[in-house]
Design a protein around this ligand. Structure first.
Ligand code: GTP
Ligand code: MG
Length: 335
């Protein structure tokens, strides 16, 4: 049986806050970059709407969820209701429209798990991927953005965790480690348990959409919740310590599922996630807030779980003992 180890945070953790915050500041995209993203969105929307007047183009993923680093690629989703055309036909037609609109480096990837059109825009210098009718991603992007509005520490914590995960190469889903989306959900969960964030899906719904049989409802008037976490004075360094301490020594990998939908830890047993089903091994369980049968940890296998847990322990120990945690934490992984 897994032994939970509780230890007290080092007394001087807060002295590192300015260092962590300056790392955060260096990763946030500039106003100018955000303006460029919107410029590209507007230009592409104009072009596509000429052909498909009832379609709509959305930004989603890190460029729209408040958790994007500067210079990242942008994710777009085309919403179109056309019963005549298959997704692949739409992708091919979309590539044609963009080509005719003088955009360069267009590639239609019709055989990918999620078919997309890739392009690089010469005017703004931005690269982007456009998918079709992936509206759940648009809705979960809004949920993450809404959480980020409530307390500034979420964005700070998630940026630092993502930066750690990229430096240590544990943000590679094709290698069996976790997506950026999963890491942000893990941060939201921690802040819910510490009463810095509420559980929006447990509150009276003010936002209500149904996407492929998934009812996505939650309280989205987040400007009314700006003081929600104010009674909790923890700094981003102590939250970072708590994050890694939790995943290194407290999370029960045998029994627990983290769930931001409920704001609680729920049991694997209840979700029937106790054994491998197909390719889903459920070795670390992170419930998707809307697609609740979906475990964001499903990509993790028996090799990568070991790597991941060793990295959580390394990070927890650095935050506990290292003289220079804001440097050591991000030292690149060397195989
Ligand atoms: P970076 O590109 O690493 O900065 O992060 P990102 O926020 O763009 O994350 P990622 O590439 O992991 O995912 C892009 C978007 O796709 C997320 O914001 C989600 O909206 C959506 N997404 C990613 N993975 C999943 C998943 O497993 N399930 C669902 N429903 N949506 C996902
Ligand atoms: Mg992305």
């Amino acid at each position: 049986r897994f032994q939970r180890r509780i230890r007290a945070c080092r007394y001087d953790i807060d002295q590192f806050t300015p260092n962590f915050l300056s790392i955060f500041d260096s990763l946030v995209p500039s106003e100018e970059e955000i303006a460029k993203q919107n410029q590209l969105l507007a230009a592409l929307s104009r072009l596509i709407n000429k052909e498909w007047p009832n379609s709509k183009l959305y930004l989603y993923g890190s460029c729209a969820n408040s958790f994007g680093f500067s210079n990242s690629d942008i994710d777009l989703c085309l919403s179109i209701d056309d019963k005549e055309m298959s997704k692949v036909d739409i992708i091919l037609k979309l590539a044609e429209i963009l080509q005719a609109g003088n955009l360069q480096n267009i590639q239609a990837l019709t055989r990918a798990r999620v078919p997309i059109v890739k392009l690089m825009d010469q005017v703004t210098g931005l690269s982007c991927d456009i998918c079709v009718n992936n509206l759940l991603a648009v809705v979960n992007t809004k949920l993450l953005r809404d959480y980020a509005q409530i307390d500034r520490r979420l964005q700070q914590l998630a940026f630092i965790v993502k930066h750690w995960a990229k430096s240590r190469r544990v943000n590679e889903t094709y290698q069996g480690t976790l997506s950026s989306y999963a890491y942000v959900i893990m941060c939201i969960h921690l802040l819910q348990l510490r009463r810095i964030l509420p559980c929006l899906q447990e509150m009276d719904a003010t936002c209500n959409v149904t996407v492929d049989d998934n009812h996505c409802t939650y309280f989205d008037q987040v400007d009314k919740l700006k003081n929600y976490g104010a009674h909790n004075k923890e700094t981003v360094s102590s939250l970072l310590w708590a994050f890694f301490h939790y995943w290194a020594y407290q999370h029960d990998y045998m029994q627990d599922v983290i769930s931001i939908r409920t704001g609680r830890i729920i049991s694997k047993h209840m979700k029937d996630w106790t054994r491998r089903v197909g390719n889903d091994r459920h070795l670390i369980c992170i419930e998707d807030p809307f697609e609740t049968s979906h475990d964001l940890g499903r990509v993790v296998d028996k090799f990568s779980i070991k790597i991941l847990r060793e990295e959580f322990e390394r990070a927890a120990n650095i935050l506990q003992y290292d003289a220079n945690p804001s440097v050591t934490l991000f030292e690149p992984y060397v195989p």
